[in-house]
Every structure is written in C-alpha cells, then in structure tokens.
Design a protein around this ligand. Sequence first.
Ligand SMILES: [Zn+2]
Length: 106
Amino acid sequence: MWFELSQVEAMAPDQASLKSARGLAKAARWPALNSEGKLIWGECQGSGAKPYRVVVDAAGMGYRCCCPSRKLPCKHAVALMLAVSAATDIKPGVGRRTAYGACAPG
Ligand SMILES: [Zn+2]
C-alpha cells in the first residue's frame, strides 16, 4: 500500500483537480510506471502529444511534474497517487524507467 485513498483525496488542491485525476488514474494513461524504494514515477499520457513525467516521493509526500500547471499537486501527481493507492490495475514496477525530474524541454 503506497497511499491511503483518503490521504490522496485530502492532498488534491480542489475538487476539479481530483475529478480530472480520477480520469487519469487508469492504466491506459500511464505508458510508463515504475518505482524504486519510496519513489514512484511515471509518464502520464494526457491530451497532448507528449506524456508528462511525474514523480511522487511516498516517504516525504513530495511530488514533481513536468506539466505547466501551477496547482500543487497537479492532477497528474494526484492521478499517480490515486493510481497506485487503490483499486486500479496499475502496479508500480511496470514500464520503462523515467529519470527523476528529467522534463523534456518545451
Ligand atoms: Zn502535472
């Protein structure tokens, strides 16, 4: 268990973000998802061409994402936490590794 669902819901900045995050917390949206220790990272395929790279630190409840959102955490970080917290078909350790914080330019 990485996160309690209630814990993730409490971290969402607002209800709209939580709703969006729920829509993103599906396996098809995460072409890459991996974990090492307490770090979980993945690539979230949104509406754009390039997936956003998201990292969540389960130990310190930190997060980072490449998207331009000013919300903290953004919906992608919330989605990643939702995805691994509870009842979805995503399991950390699947997919190729994404470097922490390695946001592609642009
Ligand atoms: Zn984001």
